[in-house]
Design a protein. Structure first.
Length: 300
C-alpha cells in the first residue's frame, strides 16, 4: 500500500459522492501513449488492472490512482542520430546547416524514433479523507504529488488543497526531542535521521543504523545542526521517517496490525483491507501531528 504520505488540507468539505467522482475521473481515464506522444496521464483502477472502478471508497476515504506512461527516448541517443544526419547532409551538400535546419532535423528525428521507444508506467495512489478533510498522496517527491493534484484539480475543475503550514517549526521540535531525550511517549525515535546546518543548507549529515542518543549525534546538534528528517515508531502502529515539511517516507504499518488482516487469494481484497487499515491509522496520526505542530495554522 502507501510507502509515502504527502498531506494537503482541503479548503472546503469534499462534497462529491463516490459515484459522482467516478464519473468525473472517467472523462480522463488513462490511455497508453500514442506512437508520437512523449507521455500520457490519466486515472486508473486503484485496486489493480483486474478491476475497473476508478474510485474505491472505505471508511469515508476515497482511493484513486494516477497512472503516467512515458516513452523512454534518451537524449544521448537522439543527439547521436541527429549528429549522424547532419554530418551526412553537410558532406553531401558541401555546406553547413543553419540553426533552424538543425532544429527541424532534430524534431523530425524525435518524431521518427518515438514509435520505436520503450514505454515506462508509474502509478501514484492518493486518497481523499472526506471525514477529516485531508488529501494524502503516496509520492516520494513534491513534484510527483503536485502532478497528481494538478490532474485531480483539472478533472474536478476546482480543488482547494494546500500543504500544511505548521505553527511550530518541525525541525526545532524534532531537534529538541533528540537533544533532551524527551520525545512524546507515543513517538519513539528509531536509528536514522538527517541533520542540516541552519545557516548552510549544503552542510548535511545522514545517519542510519545509529544510536541517536550518542554523544556524536548530540555534539552535532549542540553545534547548531537541526533535525530535518527523523525515523520514528508511532505507538507501535506506524513506522515512518518524518521530514521537516511534515511528509512521511518509508511508511509501514506495524506488524501486529498487519497480522489482523486475513490472507486470501484475492489481491484486490487484500489491498482493500490494507488501505482501510492504513487510512484509519493515518487519520489518527494526523490528529497527533496537528496537536504537536499545528498542521493547519499559519507559520509563526
Amino acid at each position: 500500500m502507501f510507502k509515502n504520505a504527502r498531506i494537503y488540507r482541503l479548503g472546503a468539505p469534499f462534497g462529491r459522492a463516490a459515484a459522482e467522482l467516478e464519473a468525473a475521473l472517467g472523462t480522463r481515464r488513462f490511455r497508453p501513449c500514442g506512437p508520437v506522444e512523449v507521455a500520457t496521464l490519466g486515472w486508473s483502477a486503484p485496486l489493480g488492472e483486474d478491476t475497473s472502478a476508478l474510485v474505491h471508497g472505505v471508511g469515508g476515504c476515497l482511493l484513486l490512482c494516477l497512472r503516467k506512461q512515458e516513452r523512454l527516448l534518451p537524449s544521448s541517443a537522439v543527439a547521436e542520430a541527429v549528429d549522424e544526419r547532419i554530418a551526412e547532409i553537410e558532406a553531401g551538400e558541401a555546406r553547413d546547416l543553419s540553426r533552424s535546419e538543425r532544429r527541424a532535423l532534430r524534431e523530425q528525428t524525435v518524431t521518427e524514433m518515438l514509435p520505436r521507444a520503450f514505454t515506462r508506467s508509474r502509478r501514484t495512489l492518493l486518497y481523499i479523507d472526506t471525514e477529516s478533510g485531508w488529501l494524502v498522496v503516496d509520492a516520494a517527491s513534491e513534484k510527483q504529488a503536485e502532478e497528481a493534484i494538478s490532474l485531480l484539480r483539472l478533472t474536478l475543475e476546482t480543488l482547494p488543497a494546500k500543504p500544511p503550514a505548521p505553527r511550530q517549526a518541525p525541525a526545532g521540535i524534532l531537534t529538541a526531542w533528540l537533544l533532551t531525550g524527551e520525545a512524546p511517549a507515543d513517538f519513539i525515535p528509531a536509528d536514522a535521521c538527517e541533520l542540516r546546518d541552519s545557516e548552510d543548507s549544503t552542510s548535511v549529515i545522514r545517519c542510519k543504523g545509529q544510536d541517536l542518543a550518542s554523544e556524536e549525534i548530540l555534539n552535532h546538534l549542540r553545534a547548531g545542526k537541526q533535525v530535518v528528517k527523523l525515523a520514528l515508531d508511532w505507538d507501535e502502529r506506524l513506522a515512518f521517517t518524518l521530514a521537516d515539511d511534515l511528509s512521511l517516507k518509508r511508511l509501514r504499518v506495524g506488524d501486529a496490525l498487519l497480522d489482523e488482516i486475513e490472507d486470501g487469494d484475492d489481491p484486490a481484497a487484500r489491498l482493500d483491507a490494507e488501505f482501510a487499515l492504513m487510512a484509519l491509522q493515518l487519520r489518527e496520526l494526523f490528529v497527533r501531528l496537528d496537536a504537536l505542530f499545528g498542521l493547519v495554522g499559519e507559520p509563526a
